[in-house]
Design a binder for this molecule. Structure first.
Ligand SMILES: Cc1cc2nc3c(=O)[nH]c(=O)nc-3n(C[C@H](O)[C@H](O)[C@H](O)COP(=O)(O)OP(=O)(O)OC[C@H]3O[C@@H](n4cnc5c(N)ncnc54)[C@H](O)[C@@H]3O)c2cc1C
Length: 464
């Protein structure tokens, strides 16, 4: 009766995950994307993957500059920015090729090129250049994602006042750069351009870096470390206006009356949601005050056969959240009574060393009236970190005082993005400090620090 059982709008993290799982569950699936070469969405083409390729080059570059530390003599280290960008493009192209040809095509998912707009709850208009067609579907999944927010007062000209989209393709490193925002994007780009030779100042409105992490001590350790690498921070400073000056410099005016001048400003805050102009409200899909699509815990919108996933819905704007929602929605459409939970979503910031977090901090717990015990260790206490000469950073594990169930983990240190998963699984499965403290961890490994931190919370660690 309908052209498709399931039509996914947007081929990003959420759209691809829901399309693939729906196809695996026997549904006839269509996947609409308007960007040429857009498979993978923000994550693959303009987000997670290109940033991580660039950050890997930054990491190798700084390791080579530091090679003496490991007894390795390197005569000359030089950054070949053109080659770095070529590696990035190749990685992105490879991933897109894999997605298109190894994951989407073999599943029989129909690729539909064009911009989608809902006409009614089963019909979608597709505009591809001059061509306009209408396709129908029993169920529709909106996964249109987000774009960099173009804050009017920041006068983003995409040349000297730029967003993450342009930052990924800079062929010249500015001498000086101001990055607005000390969240994941701001820290990653700030770290990247600082390593590539820019004098970077990161301006953050909130009192400390990583504002989503309520832990002053941890934030202080992170900013202290980064300051030692040459990055400057201006926390607690809000920028009210940005403009290009007559001499091709960029002027940032602060709310407190202060002024900062630089060569380039990267606005690394705010994403605008792709929820406008696609017929959502016209067909009865409700948006909240932030413009997010209102969904229940099965990702159903206020129109029962229309679902939404990813950045346009509640929860953190992260690829793995979008992917999980995509899996849940596919199962729901196929008849399973599964639900999306937002309680345990780890996140990571891929500077070097990395930052990773999951669950809540002791300060968050205090606000919720929960008494906690906290284990804490420095990476300098871990033998593997010492062997690797990667001793910067610390880890905290937070548990309920009454039953020792783990409720949070916050790490700044080598391979934090990997280490955090042990704590994430512990929270998900209701494990206690004793569960991890009593599990034998291989020696010498960085993972021993998670075990030692749990022992520390119980007063049983070698390092007090
Ligand atoms: C610089 C940067 C770095 C990031 N790093 C990380 C990271 O390390 N880890 C992480 O988890 N997350 C990261 N993210 C966030 C992550 O990329 C997003 O959370 C994720 O891509 C959201 O997936 P999505 O499916 O909601 O939307 P998107 O990936 O944005 O995909 C939406 C797709 O829909 C298409 N579309 C929009 N409207 C229409 C329409 N009307 N018709 C047809 N197609 C349409 C768009 O072209 C797009 O391809 C990063 C983001 C940025 C910007």
């Amino acid at each position: 009766m309908y052209d498709y059982d399931v039509l996914c709008i947007g081929a990003g993290s959420g759209g691809c995950a829901s399309a693939m799982r729906s196809a695996d569950l026997g549904k006839k699936v269509g996947l609409v994307e308007y960007r040429r070469n857009g498979t993978g969405g923000t994550c693959v083409t303009r987000g997670c993957i290109p940033t991580k390729v660039l950050l890997q080059s930054a990491r190798v570059y700084s390791e080579v500059l530091d090679a003496k530390k490991y007894g390795v003599v390197v005569p000359e280290a030089r950054l070949d920015l053109k080659a770095v960008h070529q590696k990035k493009s190749a990685a992105v192209a490879g991933l897109k090729f894999g997605l298109d040809n190894m994951l989407i095509k073999p599943r029989g998912i129909a690729r539909i090129s064009g911009k989608a707009k809902l006409i009614d709850n089963h019909s979608v208009e597709i505009t591809d250049g001059d061509k306009v067609s209408v396709i129908t579907a029993e169920n529709i999944i909106i996964a249109t994602g987000s774009e960099p927010a173009l804050v009017p007062a920041f006068n983003i000209d995409h040349k000297r006042i730029i967003t993450s989209d342009e930052a990924l393709n800079l062929m010249e490193i500015p001498k000086e750069m101001i990055v607005i925002g000390a969240g994941a994007l701001g820290l990653e780009f700030g770290f990247l351009f600082s390593t590539f030779g820019s004098k970077v100042t990161i301006v953050e409105m909130m009192p400390h870096v990583v504002p989503t992490m309520k832990d002053d001590e941890m934030a202080g350790v992170i900013s202290g470390y980064l300051e030692n690498t040459g990055i400057k921070f201006k926390c607690g400073s809000a920028i009210s206006k940005i403009s290009v000056t007559g001499n091709e410099r960029v002027l940032c005016e602060l709310e407190n009356g202060g002024k900062l001048e630089t060569d380039m400003v990267l606005v690394a805050i705010g994403r605008s949601l792709n929820t406008k102009g696609i017929g959502l409200e016209e067909v009865g899909v409700e948006l909240d005050q932030k413009g997010q699509v209102v969904v229940d815990d099965q990702l159903r919108t206020t129109v029962p056969n229309i679902f939404a996933v990813g950045d346009i819905t509640k929860g953190p704007q992260l690829s793995h959240k979008a992917q999980k929602q995509g899996l849940v929605v596919a199962e729901v459409i196929a008849g399973s009574d599964v639900r999306m939970s937002y309680d345990v979503i780890p996140s990571a910031i891929f500077i070097h060393p990395e930052i990773a977090m999951v669950g809540i901090t002791a300060d968050d717990a205090k606000d919720e009236g929960i008494e906690t015990i906290v284990g804490k260790m420095q990476f300098s206490s871990n033998e593997k970190a010492m062997a690797m000469q990667k001793t910067a950073g610390m880890i905290k594990v937070t548990a309920r005082a009454d039953n020792h169930k783990i409720i949070g983990g916050h790490i700044f240190g080598e391979d934090a993005s990997v280490l955090i998963e042990e704590i994430a699984i512990a929270i998900q499965k209701g494990l206690t400090l004793e569960d991890i403290a009593d599990s034998i961890h291989a020696h010498p490994t960085l993972s021993e620090i998670v075990m030692e931190t749990c022992k520390n919370a119980l007063g049983k660690a070698f390092h007090k």
